[in-house]
Structures are given as C-alpha cells and as structure tokens.
Design a protein around this ligand. Structure first.
Ligand code: C5P
Length: 254
C-alpha cells in the first residue's frame, strides 16, 4: 500500500474511489447447455458470487456493478441478497447487452459521481486473488490510465491464414516471439474518464477493454497476473476451479 509521507509521482491519484463493473450477461455456450455461465455453481456457490466477493475483498473497492443477463436481473438481485457480502461495499445490478462491450458500457452508464478508478472484471474469472486486484488498482493510482494483469505464455503461438475451411489443416503464416507475448486476465483497471472516452469513441468488435484504450493511443501497462485468475470457459475449467476452491479450504479454512 502507498506510503502517504512519500511524494506522489506525477499523475498519481491519491484517495481515489474505486468501483468494479462485472459483465455477467454472457450465455457461456462453450461450457455446454444450462444456466447462463455466471449463474453456474462452483462448490455450491454461483460463479458470479465468487467473482463479486473477489472484487469486494479489496478494501479499495466501494461499489460493485453487476451486469446481468437482461432476463435475469431480478434473479441476480435475489442471489446477491442471499449471499454474505462485505458491508463496506455497495452493489448495483443492471441489465446487459448483446455483446460484452455493450454490457460493459451499460455498467459504466450506472457509475455514480465520485468514482475515479474503474475495474472491469469478467464474472467468468471467479477466483482472482485479492493481491492481483490490489496491484491493478495501485498501478492506476500511480498514474497509469489503463492496467491489465497478465501472464507469460506456456504454449508457443502460431498465426494462421485467414478464412480457411472449418476442419481443414490451416496454413501457418507466423510464429510470434513468445517472450514478448502475455495472456491477459481481468480485472483490468482504468482511470474513469479514460475508459468512458474509450467506450464513446471506439467501435468495432474487441475482446477486452484495454484494447479500446490502446486504440485511443494511450499507454496501457501490464502487471503480473495470477494462475488462479483463469477464465472458466470449458467444462474442464469447472473441475480446475473446484479443485482450487478445495485447496483454499484446506490451506486456510476459506
Ligand atoms: O464470452 P466471454 O467468455 O469472452 O465473456 C467474458 C465475460 O463477458 C463473461 O463474464 C460474460 O458473462 C460477459 N458477457 C456479457 N455480455 C455479453 C457477452 C459476454 O456480460 N453479451
């Protein structure tokens, strides 16, 4: 945590208030048939509740805005009421949109005045540790307009030719230098005005919010992510997530 007796670097935001927007309106088709992904249970508790708790675990986060499936807003409100959440954190639920980008924008529309830093966190990353959340917030406080947690890649990555027929072998066109690549996670952290401007100005399909800030020509920095911040996408990820929860319970009675 920052030492108030030290001079702040230029652009640093001291005493900034932080909100987290959690897009949770996706269907999660890759996980197989069933409830919307965010509402699937991990060890008996919906993934979304784990994700909300992960954000609220940071003492810096004073508000969590959940972007719910449009037909599931009431259900999500009921869920939040039914689960123990920290008293110091406020919660809002808003209906989501057709794409992740639209859902995030609808969450941003609900931001009250007085919030200076915004985290955007996928409901599909329920197990991100609080230290990762805090280090993202800290880097924004220190003056970065956009911060992403990320990990080096374990696999070598190949770029393939565009437009190949499904199921056919795909010609490789390049092998990017793996040491310069990072696999990006959430929460991504932003100076509020920067993120609002990115969502106003940038159109087109994007898969994360930081890339919108990159398109504005602003500096985006990477801080270390965490292996437990993985995205629950496919059925095997559910098995891994439950194993992580079981290990935490053994280690610290969580
Ligand atoms: O589909 P993907 O795994 O990239 O989704 C990432 C996050 O965006 C998930 O938490 C999902 O619920 C959310 N999302 C959303 N609205 C959509 C599509 C995805 O809130 N229309």
């Amino acid at each position: 945590m920052s030492d108030d007796s030290l001079p702040s670097p230029p652009g640093a935001r001291t005493g900034a208030r932080t909100a987290a927007v959690i897009p949770a309106a996706g269907r999660g088709v890759r996980l197989g048939p069933g409830a919307p992904k965010a509402l699937r249970a991990l060890n008996g508790t919906p993934m979304l509740i784990h994700a909300v708790r992960a954000m609220a675990a940071s003492r810096a986060v004073s508000l969590v805005i959940v972007v719910a499936p449009p037909d599931g807003t009431a259900e999500v409100k009921t869920l939040l009421d039914a689960h123990a959440l920290p008293e110091r954190t406020d919660f809002l639920v808003v209906p989501g949109g057709e794409t992740r980008q639209e859902s995030v924008r609808l969450g941003l529309d609900a931001l009250p005045p007085g919030i200076d830093i915004v985290l955007v966190h996928d409901a599909a990353r329920p197990l991100v540790p609080v230290d990762t959340v805090d280090s993202v917030i800290e880097a924004v406080r220190d003056g970065a307009p956009a911060v992403v947690p990320a990990l080096p890649l374990a696999d070598t990555v190949k770029q393939v030719e565009q437009g190949g027929a499904a199921g056919e072998p795909e010609p490789v066109v390049a092998t990017p230098d793996r040491s310069l690549l990072r696999a990006v996670q959430t929460p991504q952290g932003f100076d509020r005005e920067t993120l609002l401007r990115a969502h106003e100005v940038v159109t087109g399909n994007v898969t994360d919010d930081a890339s919108m800030v990159e398109q504005l020509g602003l500096r985006v920095v990477v801080v270390p992510g965490h292996e437990e911040a993985f995205k629950v996408t496919r059925p095997l990820d559910l098995v891994l997530a439950e194993a992580v929860l079981a290990r935490r319970r053994l280690n610290d009675g969580f």
